[in-house]
Design a protein around this ligand. Structure first.
Ligand code: CO
Length: 470
């Protein structure tokens, strides 16, 4: 009998990044994460996704933590596991395109502080927006993984994905990720897509999806059978719903097959025991909304990622227009079409979503136009797969001549200016990068950091007075 060829599936654990970003608004603190790092490090993961995406913004803005410090603590704790981050191409971890010098420096510092694998995507799938980050990762000897932002639409044919994958490989990527933000990749389509990509390129293929539409674990099964190399999963307390399929479930699914991960379920159970109280606490405080844990079939109908649905709800709440939710949901695909049918992922998801809200509540489409919508229609975020709607473009930007070059070619180097703007706050070289991404939020954080230093420890003060605190 012919020997069965073993091909253990590799796993990227997302509990320290996407899982809590998707379920509890990225609010897990470094203090909550560190005690379990040692056990996570023993599992045998291909990598742990632990940085980038919204974690950077949320750390500074809501948790008053230095994201660089978090990264260094992870690097100290994870002795055997590769650390992975998510990177928005030319937009870095922010919401607009940056100059090349900022992108290069950010990549350099991410790797210097401990990142091994950088997953780089562009919200329009414009390859020109990936070049600088990929080149910088190569230069710093990091692993550059390029993500295809997966979406549906006339233009997104199998040929489109295959062509993009080949170009990504030629560009110098070390692996490719199919990044399915909204859970739109259904199981049999995954067979088709993974098969086509495996035939087209030699570098490994990783699959990232969300459970939002309820098909994710079936999609993983079909993708594995079709030859996918790595899957993204989250430990069960922060899996499913708008997050990823559960790690333990995937491990069990492939046990005893050629795809066996070899992971120890007892160790995984101990890790799950650690995270369960954090989940319970989040449910109790309302941070984890049970609504996000179920199947949201609207995501398939409207092709809106889970995170975007909750954003729309809160925007409408602010405007006291919650009754307009379904009108906005129907407006989203129309705005997306007007804007060249881009994938919906940060920042294009926010741009399309906010414009859809304005179009509905103003009672007239594009009566009020955001700066970002104008920038998209002026080519400042890059090229879209389809042309813009000419009438909408005219209404929004008038006679302004749209640009067609790589947007960053028109952005002069920024680092020197940024350095001089924030010089008074600088305590480490990385601070200028925090400031570059979020000038106001980072400044607030720097002020907070400063104030912490001069704050008198109450225990010390009491002791000096001869009294001990009770
Ligand atoms: Co994701």
């Amino acid at each position: 009998m012919a020997e069965v060829v073993k091909k253990p599936i590799k796993i990227t654990e997302t509990i320290l990044r996407d899982a809590h970003q998707s379920l509890i608004a990225t609010r897990m603190t470094t203090e909550q994460m560190l005690p379990i790092v040692d056990k996570l490090d023993k599992v045998g993961y291909h990598s742990v996704e632990c940085w980038g995406g919204a974690t950077f913004d949320a750390s500074l803005r809501f948790l008053k933590e230095d994201p660089w410090d978090r990264l260094r603590k992870f690097r100290d704790g994870f002795k055997n596991t590769k650390l992975q981050m998510l990177f928005r191409g030319q937009n870095i971890l922010g919401y607009r395109p940056y100059a090349d010098d900022v992108v290069e420096y950010f990549v350099q510092k991410s790797i210097a502080n401990g990142i091994d694998i950088i997953r780089i995507f562009d919200c329009l799938n414009d390859l020109r927006n990936l070049q600088t980050a990929v080149k910088a990762s190569n230069k710093e000897k990091g692993h550059a993984q390029v993500a295809l932002s997966y979406t549906l639409g006339d233009a997104y044919t199998m040929d489109y994905w295959v062509d993009m994958a080949k170009k990504v490989e030629d560009m110098g990527a070390n692996s490719i990720c199919i990044k399915d933000m909204a859970g739109l990749l259904v199981p049999y389509k995954a067979t088709e897509l993974v098969t086509a990509l495996k035939e087209a390129v030699d570098i490994p293929i990783q699959l990232h999806t969300h459970y939002t539409s309820g098909v994710a674990s079936m999609t993983y099964l079909k993708a594995v059978e079709a030859g996918v190399d790595v899957l993204d999963t989250a430990m069960s307390p922060f899996a499913l719903g708008t997050s990823q399929p559960a790690t333990e479930v995937m491990v069990e699914t492939f046990k005893g097959t050629p795809y066996d991960t070899g992971f120890d379920q007892n160790l995984l159970a101990e890790i799950a025991d650690y995270f369960r109280p954090i989940r319970d606490e989040a449910l109790e405080s309302g941070l984890l909304n049970p609504k996000n844990l179920g199947v949201n079939i609207k995501t398939l109908l409207y092709q809106v990622p889970g995170g975007m649905l909750s954003n729309l709800t809160s925007q409408l709440k602010e405007q006291h227009a919650e009754d307009k939710f379904y009108d906005v949901l129907e407006e989203v695909p129309r705005v997306r079409k007007d804007l060249g049918e881009p994938p919906l992922v940060t920042p294009s998801s926010q741009i399309v979503g906010t414009q859809a809200v304005f179009n509905v509540i103003m009672g007239e489409r594009y009566k009020m136009v955001t700066k970002e919508t104008k920038d998209v229609l002026s080519g400042k975020y890059g090229a879209t797969v389809k042309p813009f709607d000419p009438e909408v473009q005219k209404k929004c930007i008038g006679d302004t001549e749209p640009i067609t070059c790589r947007p960053a070619d028109l952005i002069p180097d920024e680092l020197d200016t940024l350095r001089s703007e924030m010089a008074q706050w600088s305590e480490q070289e990385e601070d200028v990068l925090s400031y570059a991404l979020f000038p106001q939020v980072a400044t607030e954080f720097f002020k907070y950091r400063e104030a912490q230093k001069t704050k008198v420890d109450p225990k010390v003060a009491d002791t000096e007075n001869g009294a001990y605190p009770v």
